[in-house]
Design a binder for this molecule. Sequence first.
Ligand code: GLU
Length: 273
Amino acid sequence: MSWKKIGAIVAAGALALSLSACGGGAGSTDLANLKIGIKFDQPGLGLKTGDTYSGLDVDVATYIAGKLGTTADKIQWIQAPSAQRETLIETGQVDLVVATYSINDERKKKVDFAGPYFIAGQDLLVRSDDTSITGPESLDGKKLCSVTGSTSAQNVQKKVPGVNLQEFGTYSECVTALVAGTIDALTTDDTILAGYAAQAQYAGKLKVVGAPFSTENYGVGLKKGNTDLCNKVTDAIKSMISDGSWQKAVDANLGAANYKAPAGNPPTPAACS
Ligand code: GLU
């Protein structure tokens, strides 16, 4: 082998090494083929119907992916139940989680967040003919359903220590139990509750109490320390808000449930640390 050839091989190797070290500028994330965790059973937010995905989280995720270099057809949607979100991110099974995911300090120990991109509040869903539950103060002795690993379950346990709380894996399981009468109320974000109450199959059967008792800042979860990716996602959220796409997505997805975005929306995304 000539010295010239050897030199060329060494140069090619060095180039490959430096390219892989850069990794497209967002750590090990493949920005053209993003894996995104969403909910599959929350109408208006993240819903899988056959092979199609819809909801505000899906639209926010699709917009962000577009800015990062992933076209809609290249997004791999992965179900991210509340209790599994941190693990899915930590193990690299997803690049981003856009799944009604509230930013809080406990979660920040394990993952980073870009956002918020939406502000919701915790509320209660009851059967339409129930006049006994008007807010968290009337939950004593009632059977309440929420989801494992959610801030909703934690908040309500702190606020109403005497409540009989049952934790399921998903909110849609709680809705089924509520309609069947085996539980008295479901608690989580008002966005999620409005989506269920508006579903045709529950017409006239369910109502949202309408007395929110927390502030839920929805963020985009990503791997801890990936500040480069976090900054890119933050920029994408900002541009979604400023170019009008955010309002369109909110109207299209939450409008059908007659949900009015509470004060503070659209939020100003925080800086990535
Ligand atoms: N936003 C709350 C949370 O992140 C409740 C909704 C959910 O479980 O996805 O825990």
